[in-house]
Design a protein around this ligand. Structure first.
Ligand SMILES: C[S@@+](CC[C@H](N)C(=O)[O-])C[C@H]1O[C@@H](n2cnc3c(N)ncnc32)[C@H](O)[C@@H]1O
Length: 242
């Protein structure tokens, strides 16, 4: 439960992590939440499939109401306050009617999840229960067979949306790093790693645990195209165990 002035609640709201892609990487608690849902809400592009819904699909019971929260996946329009305001109203109306609303979040809800914009609005009125999920950070490390950090290592999570000097400085201050939101920023990420002498230790992964997962040493990846769901993991010593 979170928030300040909480109203007595006719229904229930849960924000659940559905994990990074493999539907088996959802927690038992999240599956149980879905089994008790009257309404399943999820972020979705203006057209096409929701990643979170696709991951949770095998666990969504027949007959529940679905509430797609559609928005343009354009970082220049992000976050889309009008869409979150609308979604807050739709969810609140269902809670007032005594229904249980489960909101799907890719990975973990509180690890860079856009869910937090909705959470901030909903918790002005209602308690919101959070079910943590397997995040892409640990899923990528697992798929790469690369322990993230050991002993006194300082781990940095660095959004690739930062500028090149900032990424370079943050890499220099860390023993080990996860560079997220790689997408169209891959060339810049590569330059920052080269400047820090870290390119040879950098591992690239896209769509971790999904059917189309791709893995390579970043130095071996010859093109600069990457999907949004991609990450670079790098350890200064080459491996946390050294
Ligand atoms: C907005 S953040 C959301 C993270 C998510 N809440 C989590 O717990 O993993 C999106 C970024 O997470 C990373 N990501 C999420 N899922 C991924 C996956 N299956 N494979 C690789 N990277 C992923 C990518 O770097 C992507 O740009």
């Amino acid at each position: 439960m979170a928030g300040g002035e909480i109203m007595t609640m006719p229904g229930r709201i849960l924000g659940i992590g559905v994990g990074p892609g493999d539907p088996d990487l959802i927690t038992l608690k999240a599956v149980r939440a879905l089994e008790g849902a009257d309404v399943v809400a999820y972020p979705a592009p203006l057209e096409g499939e929701s990643v979170a819904r696709k991951i949770a699909q095998p666990h969504i019971p027949d007959g529940v109401e679905e509430l797609p929260i559609r928005m343009a996946m354009d970082p220049r329009r992000y976050p889309q306050q009008d869409v979150y305001d609308w979604a807050e109203g739709e969810i609140s109306a269902r809670v007032e009617a005594g229904r249980c609303v489960v909101i799907l979040c890719e990975g973990d809800p509180f690890f860079y999840g856009s869910f937090m914009y909705l959470f901030e609005r909903l918790t002005r009125r209602w308690p919101v229960e959070i079910v943590p999920g397997v995040s892409s950070l640990t899923a990528c490390a697992a798929q790469l067979g690369m322990p993230l950090a050991a002993r006194d290592d300082a781990l940095a999570v660095i959004p690739a949306t930062l500028d090149e000097d900032d990424i370079t400085a943050r890499l220099a201050a860390a023993d080990t790093a996860a560079i997220i939101k790689v997408g169209r920023h891959l060339a810049k990420v590569r330059r920052a790693l080269e400047r820090g002498g870290l390119l040879e230790h950098a591992h690239y992964i896209e769509h971790a645990t999904m059917a189309d997962q791709q893995i390579s040493q970043l130095a071996d990846k010859k093109d600069e195209t990457a999907p949004y769901f991609s990450m670079v993991l790098v350890h200064r010593r080459g491996a946390a165990t050294r």
